[in-house]
Design a protein around this ligand. Structure first.
Ligand SMILES: *Cc1c(COP(=O)(O)O)cnc(C)c1O
Length: 860
């Protein structure tokens, strides 16, 4: 029978157990082993069968279980302790407060909104597809640990991403199990009268898109998730948030409108109802939430009487945009027609936003761009005064990729910085390793101090723990493999072999990530015989565990996965290289600790950062990777291995051949011998040296704590100060900046450098000599204080291109009428060799964040 209605009967806990409710709803349990133990001890079998989900354990309790627990005084005491511990965690001052909370002029930064299309916090809340979501989850957790006052904003997807299985031919099959938010660690945001908050977006032709708001609590950090599955929507709109990255253009656009526009409205409702402070800074994780900026412009135009251009300046000041991919397919772009039909109508979603201004924000109106396309990353950059990539290399690649937005500047001056991603240790380091460190260093040594003292942990204890971690992975992998083979049509009787696949003493290599083509899952299959030899070596065997999902519409990715799954069926290597379906956080938490080597072989430079290798490193694995993303930055010759890249080789086949062959060679000649070389007591001494070196040097760098502190100091606080500055006195700063921008844009075409000369420059200048520079400039209507005139000097190559450029400001000294002015300055020659110099004029205004912000510069 099928039910015609569902209802949700809430568990009512006896008083002594009541705190369990809060403990289950606060996702801090996902990185707090004692709270997990508490729930596990209620019913260990239930704990495992619910996928280790406290909320599900509570809802499965029957009244007699509850009676039993309520009588159990020891249990009640543990509940009390856990609850007190949570309260301490939520209220104790943290790093953020110790650093002054961004204080300026008596104010502190009290709220930062963090938008992301996906959040990977725990496998119990499957609202992520890969690295972007995991990073967002780790960002919230680390912000919570550091006391950074973030509030997350995302969507609630009824079926999450999808569940992956394989058929007999190894082809990926997707299923979309429906999640019931009432069973998840979420609570519905309600008005004071108890009715659910409804966020409404007006849509064209009198329609609307409504959403409820689910609240998750990630330690100290609230996370608001909008859900379009509400009765007041028509049936199509109820499905808008059914799947992460599902559906076509219109659904995707409506998801993003809900995330951005609805997200800001959800924040307003949240503040109104709970009294939480309104955010000052808005951080968008990738372009999908870009409409948040447009909604804030609309608020300022309709609510504060700002003109569109003034509102843009106000919004930009408080916005931080992080770009995450140099892969063009990873960048979100819409057809201009779709934007028109969703925003252009009379009853447009956003009052106060002229359609052509909106279209201009996402226009690819630069060299190499496409007409007719609305680019969300480009809008992200136009609506944020601060922009960054996610590793040093990715910062450089992004400056090149988006140089078209600042065409007259050298690529180094493109205003895109970088903060290298990090990972949340509490989530990703196996608790056995925590226990090991605590046993030897004492409970008071925590956080990054553990890494400084890692050498005090006896290496043989580490090695035996590592074996336990391999065993833990293997038993999980066998269970998953068995289930996968059943899905693929095998019968129980044929599956005896899965009980003893994989060897807890063999060198274990992990490879798990999304099935995106640039990640080159099948590179290791380039020469199958050579791989087989490694896998079947009787003395020094290698085993490989692989996992990863391809996007349902990505047939290329799916066929690569199929090729790999079929390879695993080869009887010669069966059980030595295995593909586990349905990669998720729960699998990852066993996989990283159980591996000795983490393999990553993307096509450089398409891996913006990559974080799985960081998680593996924190669990004592060594990275074997192409020098891309974070590895390009932190590989030091002793913390793992770099697979040489054939960067300059244009033929992709040949490049794959070269790189695959370098990979085999490293494995055969270096990785495998080092792992199997044992000392008198059976320990791989050189290997373990590399591992302790990795933990002590890489450990502190790869932490999400470090990442969120950098975001706070480099972006959040400066953005807050900029936002306060433009918003003071009824947005006087924003108005003045917008007026200035309009003036310079009008005057710039007529501005020119008439003449430049230098005094004191002899034919053979010597280091230490002073040079006096004069620039004569026509500024038209602009005042000399409204521009910045600079001398630029640096090394000059054969084509006179300057590198290593330094700038010296020149000051206005004389005006000649008709808008002509003289600027003077002096530099001391501090370098030797072939130098060159020039002069340039830039806009100058107190509320601009840097030289290139407006993309305007005049050269002689
Ligand atoms: C860390 C992680 C990722 C991201 O891995 P990359 O190396 O960045 O590709 C994807 N999925 C899961 C489940 C993860 O834990």
């Amino acid at each position: 029978m099928k039910a015609i209605r569902r209802l949700h009967v809430r568990t009512v806990l006896p008083e002594t157990l009541a705190p369990l409710h809060e403990l289950a709803l606060n996702l801090r349990w996902s990185w707090h082993p004692p709270t997990r133990d508490l729930f596990a001890s209620i019913d260990p079998e239930l704990w495992d069968s619910t996928g280790q989900d406290p909320r599900a354990v509570l809802s499965s309790l029957r009244s007699d279980d509850m009676e039993r627990l309520a009588q159990d005084e020891e249990f009640a005491a543990r509940v009390r302790d856990a609850h007190e511990d949570l309260q301490r965690y939520l209220t104790r001052p943290r790093w953020y407060h110790e650093q002054g909370a961004g204080g300026q002029d008596g104010r502190t930064l009290e709220s930062i909104a963090y938008f992301s299309p996906e959040f990977g916090i725990t496998s119990v809340l499957p609202q992520y597809s890969g690295g972007l979501g995991i990073l967002a989850g780790d960002h919230l957790k680390a912000a919570s640990d550091q006391g950074i006052p973030i509030v997350g904003v995302g969507l609630f997807y009824t079926s999450g991403y999808f569940a992956q299985r394989f058929n007999a031919e190894g082809w990926q099959l997707e299923s979309y199990p429906v999640l019931d938010p009432d069973d998840l660690p979420l609570s519905l945001l309600r008005e004071e009268d108890g009715s659910p908050v409804v966020i409404r977006l007006d849509m064209p032709h009198g329609g609307h898109l409504d959403a409820h708001v689910w609240r998750a609590q990630v330690g100290r950090v609230p996370l608001l998730l909008l859900d379009s599955d509400v009765e007041s929507n028509d049936s199509a709109r109820r499905e808008v948030t059914n799947r992460l990255y599902g559906g076509g253009g219109d659904q995707r656009l409506e998801q993003e409108m809900l995330l951005g526009i609805g997200g800001v409205r959800a924040l307003r409702a949240f503040s109104r109802i709970t009294g939480a402070p309104e955010p000052t800074v808005y951080h968008t994780n990738e372009g999908h939430a870009g409409f948040q900026g447009v909604e804030r412009i609309s608020e300022l135009v309709t609510g504060s009487g700002l003109a569109f251009g003034e509102a843009v300046r106000a919004v930009r000041a408080g916005t931080v945009f992080t770009t995450h991919t140099p892969v063009p397919a990873g960048i979100d772009r819409f057809d201009v027609g779709a934007i028109r039909s969703h925003f252009g109508d009379e009853s447009c979603a956003l009052p106060g936003i002229p359609l052509d201004e909106l279209l201009q924000l996402g226009a690819e109106d630069y060299e190499g761009g496409s007409a007719g396309v609305f680019n969300m990353a480009v809008m992200g950059m136009r609506l944020a005064q601060r922009v960054n990539g996610v590793s040093k290399l990715h910062g450089a690649v992004s400056r090149e990729m988006f140089q078209g937005l600042w065409p007259d500047f050298d690529v180094e001056e493109v205003p895109i910085g970088s903060i290298t991603n990090g990972v949340h240790a509490g989530t990703w380091v196996d608790r056995r390793l925590y226990d090991l460190a605590r046993d030897h260093l004492g409970p008071e040594v925590s956080g990054r101090r553990v890494f400084n003292r890692i050498h005090e942990v006896p290496i043989e204890d580490f090695w035996s723990t590592k074996r336990e971690l391999r065993e833990q992975l293997i038993s999980d992998a066998r269970r998953r493999l068995r289930r996968s083979q059943l899905d693929r049509g095998a019968t129980e009787a044929e599956l005896g072999w899965t009980d003893d696949v994989l060897d807890p003493d063999a060198l274990t290599i992990g490879f798990a990530r999304r099935g995106a083509t640039y990640k080159r899952l099948t590179l290791m299959l380039r020469d199958p015989e050579r791989l087989k030899k490694l896998l079947t070596d009787p003395e020094r065997p290698v085993q490989v565990i692989i996992a990863g999902k391809a996007h349902p519409a990505d047939d290329t990715g799916k066929s690569l996965i199929q090729e790999m799954v079929r390879f695993t069926d080869d009887p010669e290597i069966r059980g030595k290289l295995i593909y586990l379906p349905n990669y998720d956080i729960a699998m990852a938490q066993r996989l990283y600790p159980g591996c000795d080597v983490w393999l990553n072989n993307p096509l450089r430079p398409f891996e913006a950062c990559g974080t799985s290798g960081m998680k593996a490193a924190l669990n004592g694995a060594l990275n074997l990777s192409i020098l891309d993303g974070w590895w390009d930055e932190w590989y030091d010759g002793q913390n793992g291995w770099a697979i040489p890249t054939a960067d300059g080789v244009d033929d992709p086949d040949r490049r794959d051949d070269l790189e695959a062959s370098a990979l085999y060679e490293l494995l055969e000649k270096t990785v495998v011998p080092t792992f199997y070389e044992r000392d008198g007591s059976g320990l791989p001494e050189r290997w373990l040296d590399m591992v302790s070196h990795t933990l002590s040097t890489l450990g502190p760098k790869v932490l999400a704590d470090r990442m969120v502190r950098e975001y706070t100091e480099t972006y959040y606080w400066p953005a807050a100060h900029a936002a306060w500055a433009v918003e003071a006195d009824d947005h006087a700063g924003a108005r003045s900046l917008a007026g200035y921008v309009a003036d310079v844009q009008r005057c710039w075409p007529d501005l020119h450098i008439d003449h430049v000369d230098a005094q004191g420059l002899t034919d053979a200048p010597q280091i230490g000599e002073d040079v006096e520079v004069h620039a004569f400039v026509t500024l038209g209507d602009l005042d000399p204080r409204q521009v910045r005139v600079q001398m630029a000097y640096g090394r000059a190559n054969a084509e006179d291109t300057l590198t290593d450029v330094e700038f010296v400001d020149l000051s206005p000294t004389q005006s000649y009428g008709e808008g002509r002015h003289r600027f003077d300055g002096r530099v001391r020659l501090a370098r030797t060799g072939a130098l060159g110099w020039t002069v340039r004029v830039l806009p100058a205004h107190e509320h601009l964040s840097g030289a290139a912000e407006l993309g305007l510069v005049t050269l002689p």
